[in-house]
Write a protein that binds this ligand. Structure first.
Ligand SMILES: [Zn+2]
Length: 129
């Protein structure tokens, strides 16, 4: 009987890994965007959005610093206790790299000590239960 020259095609196994590479993480806002969101007037708007049924929790429970929506006040409060949120606050305390800072670094203009950014968790309404 004739011999088959075809051997097993193990190369196909590699294809599975490629699919994983194409998957990208869902992008959230950049830190500098969040810094601008933290301006009082912007923050007020974000924290008091109109009811949007397409958004998690109808856009009523928003974490300003993580740019995330939560289903309810309890979920939001729980989120404030998490590592992700605390890590984010820490990141946000470092002042964003501004144009003024770039100029200072380049020796243009006088040196101004970077101001400390005070970042605290947004206040939440208590007595929800
Ligand atoms: Zn958060």
């Amino acid at each position: 009987m004739g011999k088959s020259k075809q051997t097993g095609n193990h190369k196909n196994d590699k294809m599975k890994n490629i699919a994983k590479k194409w998957k990208t993480k869902r992008r959230t806002k950049d830190l500098d965007q969040i810094h601008s969101d933290m301006k009082p007037e912007t923050a007020a708007k974000l924290l008091h959005q109109e009811v949007d049924l397409d958004v998690t929790g109808c856009a009523q429970h928003y974490c300003l610093h993580c740019a995330r929506y939560f289903v309810d006040m309890r979920a939001l409060k729980e989120h404030f206790k998490t590592k992700v949120h605390k890590k984010r606050l820490k990141q946000l305390r470092e002042e964003p790299y501004t144009q003024a800072e770039a100029e200072r670094a380049a020796g243009m203009g006088s040196y101004i000590a970077p101001k400390a950014v005070n970042v605290t968790t947004q206040p939440v309404e208590e007595d929800m239960d």
